[in-house]
Design a protein around this ligand. Structure first.
Ligand SMILES: *[C@@H]1O[C@H](CO)[C@@H](O)[C@H](O)[C@H]1NC(C)=O
Ligand SMILES: *[C@@H]1O[C@H](CO)[C@@H](O)[C@H](O)[C@H]1NC(C)=O
Ligand SMILES: *[C@@H]1O[C@H](CO)[C@@H](O)[C@H](O)[C@H]1NC(C)=O
Length: 799
């Protein structure tokens, strides 16, 4: 094949060898390879070559080609390396001359050496290193080293290839022979985080046949850029925290990561919430994301706290997450009681179910901790009713009575159901207002009062008092005297009642001897509206006063009378001379009379019975005793002070009337007066005797009539109306009268010794003092007619 090619070349060159001859041979022909048939090409025969001693002349001594004169052929003497011979000269040729002698002939031969692809493209360095930041933007160009190929032309570097071509593309210049370097253009951003180092192979390929190539390794170190923001592991974190947790409690830890390296990957945590209070309550550790409590956490203020946490790397990239803290309630709030409406005063006649107070309960805790129940402990006529939404109303559930309880202190306790339970209480003071529901009540069901007669008008006798359990005006009692009449006279003329004080005043002076007692009603009325009233009976008893002196009925004291009792000189000891009869209109002790001799004309002859007033002799009459005896008898009642009366009793101690007369005429009066006196005396005696007898007859007939009447009464056992003089109970006390005085005055004329006798039940004129009933005196026939007394006194004269 080589030979064929040479032949072709030779054929071609012959035509050109007119002036000069050119040959073209590829480089690297082995030694002895034929270059061309020069003899032929010069039109010379080989004999000429021999004769002409043809030889090759070169300027430089190095001979690549040798001439075979005998055959007229040119051969390769030395292996020709075009690259060594011509380096980069594109047309590489050897120029030499063939010189012939005899005649000298001069031929220029040019042997053109054609390139053979015997060199592969080569890179100066086997490796190129680049450090490219991952933040480099596409389009950035990086200059690469060119590959060198000693071959020329088509055998030179024809193209480059870069593999893998993910991130970079090659940019070649139009003229591949241009010395400009190949450039690598970033097509797609780099990411250190996916590929920290990229190895590319740049291949240079020539156009020879066979193709040859050279490679270079391009090592790209991707430099980190802060292209990664920190990333939280969760977008939302959740944590729970009980309220009132101590400061320092770690609530949660958030974590973020950053794919960048170094400071770009260093994360700083911070709370970025805009809520100011969140920053006061929580803090986060910059370096590890630990969130801890630095303030007080109150469920009642924040049930759910949202904290925004940011993570920042040193390159300034950030991420944020949310930390949701659920605050858990603990029972730290007391129920709060507020009084919505309240009446301080309620009327005692308020109906059952009257609302007194409405209270509202608030407990800021939630759940069981905020569930509140209210109650009160005391047993009171109220009940707490729960209405909706923590409202309680306190209503009455029973009737109220101000008079029993005028004030209630109701302590309402409200406690929640937390564990432990918290409670609070409120005390409501409720006044019960009065209603006029109580009538005045007298202290006693009836009153009895005493007043001593002869009182001064206007004196206060007694006080009645009524009380009213109501209050104030409803309890202000006024006393009113009820109209009635006593013995036909309005009671108001006897007594008056002070409306305010209940003091009963006597309006007039009372006389026991006229009225002994009376009664009336006093009404007590309160000031309510309408008023209530009650009444009471008051009995006034008038007490006797010793205001009447005894009255001597016998002997009758007439101015000039010379009445004398006759005592015979032969009278025995104990002879009854006469009896002084006196009465006292007072009663009781005030009427209890005693008799005493004040002064006797002869001391030892007479005595007076202390109680009965009988004058008796106490010794035999002697001659020495004067005819005329004058006895002064003092009749005294037992009142305090006692009152008394004196009576003078003339006693004539004589056996005959003339003696008496003579004696009495000797009285120190003039005779004429005495004569007249005697005359009048006798006349009076006669008249009186007549009158007496007449009276006696009338009285006896009346008496007999009455006696028969009283017998009937007696047998019909009519009750005897008792009379209790009040003074007795006072003055006698326990003192009792030792005897029963049954005291009868006889009316016989002939019995001198036994005309007065004791005893005699059924007697009409009787004063009984019964010792069995203390201070009780029964008096019968109290209205002893004075006429009858007079009659009695006369009867004594005839005893
Ligand atoms: C309960 O909360 C209300 C507002 O929410 C506040 O006004 C009140 O003072 C709180 N009560 C207590 C006892 O903390
Ligand atoms: C109610 O309380 C007040 C003051 O606390 C007290 O003066 C009053 O006596 C109390 N009343 C009753 C009925 O306990
Ligand atoms: C007095 O009281 C009695 C009951 O105690 C009553 O029956 C009577 O009607 C009252 N009299 C007057 C005048 O009020």
């Amino acid at each position: 094949m080589k030979t064929l090619l040479l032949a072709l070349f030779s054929l071609f060159l012959i035509n050109l060898a007119i002036g000069q001859i050119s040959y073209s041979i590829p480089e690297e022909m082995p030694k002895g390879s034929l270059v061309g048939n020069i003899a032929h090409d010069l039109g010379l025969n080989t004999k000429r070559f021999i004769s002409g001693k043809a030889k090759i002349h070169t300027r430089n001594s190095l001979e690549y080609v040798k001439l075979n004169r005998e055959r007229g052929l040119l051969f390769v003497k030395e292996k020709i390396d075009r690259e060594a011979l011509c380096t980069e000269v594109t047309v590489c040729s050897l120029d030499f001359q063939i010189i012939l002698e005899n005649p000298i002939e001069f031929y220029t031969v040019t042997v053109q050496i054609t390139d053979v692809n015997d060199n592969a493209p080569t890179f100066e360095k086997s490796e190129m290193n680049f450090k490219i930041s991952e933040s480099a933007t596409p389009g950035v160009e990086f200059v690469l080293e060119r590959a060198e190929d000693n071959d020329v032309g088509i055998n030179g570097v024809q193209k480059y290839e870069l593999k893998p071509s993910d991130n970079f593309a090659l940019k070649l210049h139009n003229n591949p022979n241009d010395k400009k370097n190949v450039e690598m253009v970033l097509q797609k951003p780099l990411d250190r985080e996916t590929e920290e180092q990229i190895n590319l192979v740049l291949t240079a390929i020539d156009g020879g046949d066979p193709q040859m190539s050279g490679t270079m390794l391009i090592v790209i170190t991707v430099l980190d850029a802060n292209d990664n923001a920190p990333r939280f592991t969760q977008k939302t974190y959740k944590a729970a925290l009980t309220e009132n947790s101590p400061i320092g409690t770690v609530v949660a830890t958030v974590t973020a990561s950053d794919a960048d390296q170094g400071s770009y990957g260093k994360i700083t945590y911070s709370i970025t919430s805009t809520q100011a209070n969140v920053k006061k309550i929580f803090e986060i550790k910059e370096e590890n994301g630990e969130v801890s409590l630095i303030g007080n956490i109150d469920f009642e203020k924040n049930k759910l706290i949202e904290i925004i946490i940011g993570a920042t790397d040193d390159g300034g990239l950030t991420d944020s997450c949310k930390l949701i803290i659920e605050v858990q309630d603990i029972n730290d709030n007391k129920p709060e009681i507020s009084i919505m409406s309240k009446s301080n005063v309620i009327s005692e006649d308020a109906v059952v179910n009257t609302v007194v107070t409405v209270i509202n309960i608030e407990d800021n805790d939630s759940g069981e901790n905020g569930k509140v129940k209210c109650f009160f402990t005391e047993n009171m006529p109220f009940v707490l009713k729960m209405s909706a939404n923590n409202f309680y109303s306190l209503v009455t559930d029973n009737e109220l009575d101000r008079e029993t309880y005028s004030e209630y202190n109701i302590t309402v306790i409200c406690s929640d159901e937390g564990v432990p339970s918290l409670s609070s209480s409120v005390t409501l003071t409720l006044q019960i207002s009065d209603v006029n529901d109580n009538t005045p009540v007298f202290e006693r069901s009836s009153y009895e009062a005493y007043i001593v007669e002869n009182n001064t008008p206007g004196v206060s006798i007694f006080t009645v008092k009524a009380t009213d359990n109501d209050w104030n005006q409803n309890a202000r009692v006024s006393y009113i005297l009820e109209d009635s009449s006593v013995n036909g006279v309005p009671v108001s003329s006897y007594v008056s009642v002070s409306a305010d004080s209940g003091v009963i005043h006597a309006v007039r002076s009372f006389d026991y001897e006229q009225i002994k007692d009376f009664h009336f009603r006093v009404r007590a009325q309160d000031g309510g509206s309408p008023p209530l009233s009650s009444n009471v009976t008051v009995k006034i008893l008038i007490q006797d006063q010793n205001d009447n002196p005894p009255q001597v009925l016998y002997p009758v004291q007439t101015g000039g009378s010379m009445v004398a009792e006759m005592v015979p000189r032969s009278a025995d000891v104990g002879y009854l001379v006469t009896k002084v009869v006196a009465v006292d209109v007072d009663s009781g002790q005030n009427a209890w009379l005693s008799y005493k001799l004040q002064k006797a004309s002869y001391r030892a002859l007479f005595e007076v019975g202390l109680q009965i007033g009988e004058i008796r002799t106490i010794r035999q009459v002697t001659d020495k005793d004067a005819v005329k005896q004058r006895l002064t008898v003092i009749v005294e009642d037992n009142g305090q002070p006692s009152r008394s009366a004196t009576v003078i009793v003339n006693v004539a101690v004589a056996d005959s009337f003339p003696e008496v007369l003579s004696e009495f005429t000797d009285f120190p009066h003039n005779k004429e007066y005495n004569d007249n006196l005697t005359f009048y005396l006798v006349l009076a005696l006669a008249v009186v005797s007549f009158l007496f007898i007449t009276c006696l007859v009338v009285i006896i007939s009346v008496k007999i009539y009455r006696w028969r009447q009283s017998r009937i009464l007696y047998h019909s056992s009519l009750p005897v109306i008792p009379y209790y003089p009040p003074r007795y109970s006072d003055t006698l006390g326990t003192g009792t009268l030792p005897h029963v005085y049954n005291y009868e005055v006889c009316r016989t004329t002939d019995s001198r010794k036994s005309d007065c006798k004791f005893g005699g039940a059924g007697s009409q004129n009787m004063l009984i003092m019964d010792p069995s009933t203390t201070g009780t005196m029964q008096r019968l026939n109290k209205n002893y007619p004075s006429g009858q007394r007079a009659a009695l006194s006369f009867s004594y004269r005839h005893c």
